[in-house]
Design a protein around this ligand. Structure first.
Ligand code: PXL
Length: 275
């Protein structure tokens, strides 16, 4: 199992590739990277971050890999940076390098808002990538934005079914929707796969952290590519995010991400017990 993850590198701040690499390694998945941009930090809660766009480098890396006959068993994309980066990622993910599924975490917004620097054009370019995806991992903000419908914070079961139906019409086979059943004390996921919708809910912890979407996506990708079903992969990922938040919640100095590292050995063992 050798995959390619296409995302930015946020040098400091526990998100995107600095989260994906340790998690996927601990789940036994060899992961090559294609960084779309290098930022000094992530864009939430830091001011004056730097941003170096690497889009022009990516086709050169792709050409070299093709010359070497390198192939991947899946591509997993996350935060990409700008519309051109999405275009380049799309052409690479659908090109010769990838002989497996494309797993897309849209990673452009949360809580009804787009992340800084993103606009309607970015969402539309991400919709083009989503049309090619086999597995999609949106939160409710991203699902609604991709469909061009108003954000619903607490959708009914009927509204969830409608969101899934419309996303499937774009061409996606498997969808894991995050932030479902959200209330004061619990939250969860809904998974739509093979004509069936399954739910998993878990306690909601009283503090929000940045980067948990990337932690979720990375654990999901590792579990899924190691043979777990979509709902089992989503459950593994949701439980891991909860454990990582519990491990961080009492540390007031640690607000930029979650302290997931001490939990990685147990995560690897849990995957083995589930296989
Ligand atoms: O966690 C997603 C993410 C990744 N990379 C960068 C970000 C964010 C979310 O804001 O800013 C640079």
């Amino acid at each position: 199992m050798r995959i390619l993850s296409i995302q930015d590198i946020s040098c400091y701040g526990q998100c995107s590739l600095t989260v994906a690499l340790p998690i996927l390694s601990s789940l036994g998945v060899e992961t090559a990277i294609l960084p779309t941009a290098i930022l000094s930090t992530h864009t939430a809660g830091f001011k004056g971050y730097t941003f170096l766009d690497l889009q022009h480098e990516l086709p050169k890396i792709e050409a070299h890999w093709n010359q070497e006959g390198i192939r991947f068993d899946a591509v997993y994309t996350g935060y990409l940076g700008n519309t051109d980066d999405v275009q380049v990622a799309l052409s690479i993910a659908k090109g010769k390098l990838n002989r497996g599924p494309l797993i897309v975490d849209p990673a452009f917004g949360d809580h009804g808002k787009l992340y800084p620097g993103f606009d309607k054009a970015y969402v539309e370019s991400m919709a083009n990538l989503v049309r090619e995806a086999d597995v999609l991992l949106p939160n409710l903000t991203e699902a609604c934005a991709l469909l061009g419908i108003p954000y619903v914070e607490r959708p009914s079961k009927e509204e969830i079914q409608e969101i899934f139906a419309k996303l499937h019409l774009l061409g996606v086979k498997t969808i894991v929707l995050k932030g479902i059943g959200n209330n004061e004390t619990s939250t969860g996921i809904a998974v739509s796969h093979n004509g069936e919708i399954q739910y998993y809910s878990h306690p909601k912890l009283p503090r929000d952290f940045h980067g948990t979407g990337d932690v979720f996506a990375s654990v999901f990708v590792g579990g899924y590519l190691q043979g777990l079903s979509p709902i089992a992969s989503g459950t593994l990922a949701a439980d891991f995010v909860c454990d990582a938040i519990k491990n961080t919640i009492d540390d007031p100095a640690h607000g930029y991400g979650v302290k997931f590292e001490p939990l990685l050995t147990a995560l690897g063992e849990k995957l083995i017990s589930l296989k």
